[in-house]
Design a protein around this ligand. Structure first.
Ligand SMILES: C[S@@+](CC[C@H](N)C(=O)[O-])C[C@H]1O[C@@H](n2cnc3c(N)ncnc32)[C@H](O)[C@@H]1O
Length: 326
């Protein structure tokens, strides 16, 4: 199939709202606990699901800034949030620039920030970018079309050892060496172009008896490639550092993650940023350098309610953590 036909086959005109239920929306609204006239940032506006809910539950919001690296997501969110267009400002930018973005609007501090990490169901099922092993699409996986390297580049050009490292580190896949070797062998015959080709190479390189029972054998490798291409873990750490700098006192930062690698970063950074100064009280200025930047609102992770999992199985791996400005 040529690339244009393949795209046409995967992007439909059905309303996109049906394809993304915002995860833990009730909890996001509750934990944000916004004051009257709040200014807030949805750092991953996606299809506008969380933003829509937040605008509905807090009608006094004065401004909601919706960021996303994916231009297609921004367009869809704009449409979904058009009823509140006068309050919503969408920005097609990586959330690592959250502080600059907010400050460039003349705003120093905000009253709440939410980030719902990873990819949306639209990106997975309808973007035509090869995120899913269930759709036969050209390998791309860039959320930000401006990124230099696509999944095609990684899979066809990266050294075998580097591929093995990425699959092991970001996919926590124990067959990473076998998978990387099979990819290298296969691409020597002809370039690996589609998600189906890649999924089949991965499946065939894991012995049948070790195929996972509940998930596709390519799940972890696809996750690893996506994380690496989009620099997701480094971006998350930078985002948290920048986001806490613009939190008003008591303003909440709510983060929903979807795998343990992300959750570990959120947990560790919140803990570090919540460590108070340990200098003796009579010391005129802090010498320990451990200025507390946030207070953890949730000590343990918040998981979706059972009733949500029935409606939206995609929520099953989600974990939420909340911290607030001091
Ligand atoms: C799970 S979806 C968000 C869905 C949204 N909360 C909703 O309810 O519709 C994650 C979104 O984050 C975006 N994203 C991922 N990494 C990003 C980054 N570094 N900066 C900004 N947006 C990012 C993706 O493009 C995607 O649209």
């Amino acid at each position: 199939m040529d690339s244009e036909k393949m795209k046409a086959a995967t992007v439909s005109s059905e309303p996109q709202e049906q394809f993304h239920f915002p995860v833990m929306a009730k909890e996001v609204v509750e934990y944000l606990d916004l004051p009257e006239g709040a200014v807030m940032v949805d750092a991953t506006v996606g299809l506008g699901g969380h933003s829509e809910q937040i605008l509905k539950e807090y009608p006094s919001i004065s401004k909601l800034i919706g960021m996303d690296v994916d231009q297609a997501a921004i367009s869809l969110a704009k449409g979904r949030l058009s009823a509140s267009a006068e309050k919503v400002e969408t920005v097609n930018r990586n959330f690592i620039h959250i502080k600059n973005t907010v400050n460039s609007m003349g705003i120093e501090y905000v009253d709440g920030i939410v980030a719902d990490l990873g990819i949306s169901s639209f990106q997975l099922e309808r973007s035509g970018k090869g995120f899913s092993f269930k759709k036969n699409e050209l390998l791309d996986m860039r959320m930000d079309a401006g990124l230099q390297f696509s999944a095609y580049d990684l899979v066809n050009e990266m050294k075998g050892e580097e591929l093995e490292y990425i699959i092991s580190k970001y996919g926590e896949e124990k067959f990473s060496r076998r998978i990387a070797n099979s990819i290298v062998k296969s691409r020597a015959k002809k370039p690996i172009q589609t998600s189906f080709e890649l999924a089949s190479i991965i499946s065939n390189s894991i012995p049948k008896k070790f195929h996972p029972k509940k998930t596709h054998p390519a799940t972890k490798t696809f996750q690893a490639l996506r994380i690496s291409i989009n620099n997701e873990l480094d971006n998350l750490a930078i985002f948290i550092e920048e986001a806490v700098k613009i939190l008003n006192t008591g303003a909440r930062l709510v983060i929903i993650s979807f795998h343990s690698l992300e959750d570990r970063i959120v947990k560790n950074m919140f803990r570090k940023l919540d460590s108070p100064c340990v200098c003796p009280p009579d010391l005129p200025i802090c010498a320990c350098g451990r200025a507390q930047q946030v207070r953890r609102v949730t000590r343990s992770v918040v998981r979706p309610r059972k009733s949500e999992l029935v409606e939206n199985p995609r929520a099953r791996s989600s974990k939420m953590r909340v911290a607030e400005g001091v």
